[in-house]
Design a protein around this ligand. Structure first.
Ligand code: ADP
Ligand code: MG
Length: 362
């Protein structure tokens, strides 16, 4: 049975619907991320699960029991906030061990757990300091560590690593993943960073404007987005979007032509071949699926603006003849220079089509 179930949960603040009929279930021990742009209702959803806000409509169940009317302290949940608050009169060590000492854990166990968290988050040198003498990133590290040393069935995280620099961010992320693997707690992890969600989560809930757009594994969302929003949200650089027009229908396929390019068309498999010729669609293709064309009569015409050499791979950024921003990923070194005119094609099975409402045409 899922450990945590939200069933048509809505939260209103006056006229504002922060969370709109959100439903999802998280299995025992699962690591679930909630992602979406700022203001889409992620923190509100998390605060509803924690019991820090009351639900306007719908139900939240934990371990098979509806908890709508259960106090936060009785829900068996630990929460790591975005706006961390440390005990200012205590040292880093005392902050880290506070929850364990209150729970009367044996001293040896407290010491071991605090040491491990401090090591992982690079706080070992700072154990005797008071929070006022720490940087913002160090304070956030202590807040994360303080929650992680505790044993709870469900951990809720609200952008816990957002203030950390890239290096410490990567280490803290690995530490959270390790603790999750070892202890098997259920995690709900809110972030606006799609890469963080992809790296950590078993499953991801994508939100926009208070609603759930799609739920799936990182790979499902990346490979099979239900709509243009999800397609554009995952991947960096993002999926390329090009306007196309449908041609004559085929059996189990649709032919599409790039706008303004009458002499080149491709046949894309679809369950909706009945589309009227001349229908406008958006073709989505990821940077890594762009393939250099054999000659200039084929594919997308593209002018390079900049090339990023990353060693193992490179990105060419530019614009199509019709002004769309396009990114191309290539293995190894790319010899493309700003101003170069290049042509790219792509395999039909890598193409994703979206209608004018942004829905995926499967
Ligand atoms: P996110 O965490 O995804 O950035 P939030 O859950 O914080 O988004 O906010 C979702 C929406 O609800 C926003 O429009 C925000 O302004 C609104 N909101 C959040 N909390 C309150 C509140 N206490 N009172 C009124 N509006 C709120
Ligand atoms: Mg938030």
């Amino acid at each position: 049975m899922p450990e945590l179930i939200l069933d048509r949960v809505t939260k209103r603040y006056g006229d504002i619907e922060a969370v709109r009929a959100v439903s999802f279930g998280i299995a025992d021990g699962e690591f679930c991320a909630i992602v979406g742009p700022s203001g889409c209702g992620k923190s509100t959803a998390l605060r509803l699960i924690a019991g820090l806000e009351s639900v306007t409509e719908g139900t939240i169940a934990i371990g098979g029991h509806v908890v709508n009317d259960i106090d936060p302290g009785d829900r068996g949940i630990a929460m790591v906030f975005q706006d961390y608050a440390l005990y200012s009169h205590m040292t880093v060590e005392e902050n880290l061990s506070f929850g364990l000492r209150v729970a009367s854990k044996p001293r040896q166990e407290v010491r071991e757990r605090v040491e491990r968290a401090a090591n992982a988050l690079e706080l070992s040198e700072l154990l005797d300091r008071k929070p006022t003498l720490l940087s913002g990133g160090e304070r956030q590290g202590v807040a994360v560590g303080r929650s992680l040393v505790r044993n709870r069935k469900i951990f809720l995280f609200d952008e816990p690593l957002s203030n950390l620099d890239a290096d410490l961010h990567a280490k803290a992320r690995l530490e959270i993943a390790r603790l999750h693997r070892e202890r098997g707690f259920t995690a709900v992890y809110v972030t606006s960073d799609q890469r963080e969600a992809m790296a950590l989560a078993d499953r991801i809930v994508v939100m926009r404007a208070g609603r759930v757009e799609q739920i799936g594994t990182p790979l499902e969302l990346y490979e099979n987005p239900d709509n243009r929003f999800v397609a554009g949200f995952f991947g960096s650089p993002a999926m390329n979007f090009l306007p196309v027009v449908t041609g004559e229908p085929r059996r189990d396929a649709v032919t599409v032509k790039l706008k303004g390019r009458k002499d080149w068309e491709m046949t894309v498999p679809t369950q909706h071949p009945e589309l009227a010729p001349g229908t406008s669609l958006t073709l989505g293709i990821r940077p890594e699926h762009m393939v250099a064309a054999a000659d200039a009569s084929l594919g997308v015409e593209f002018e390079a603006h900049a090339t990023e050499q990353l060693g193992g791979s490179s990105y060419i950024h530019g614009t199509s003849r019709h002004g769309e921003q396009i990114a191309v990923k290539q293995k190894g070194y790319s010899a493309a220079k700003a101003g170069d005119k290049l042509n790219f094609t792509f395999a039909p099975d890598k193409v994703r089509l979206f209608n004018e409402a942004g829905d995926r045409l499967r």
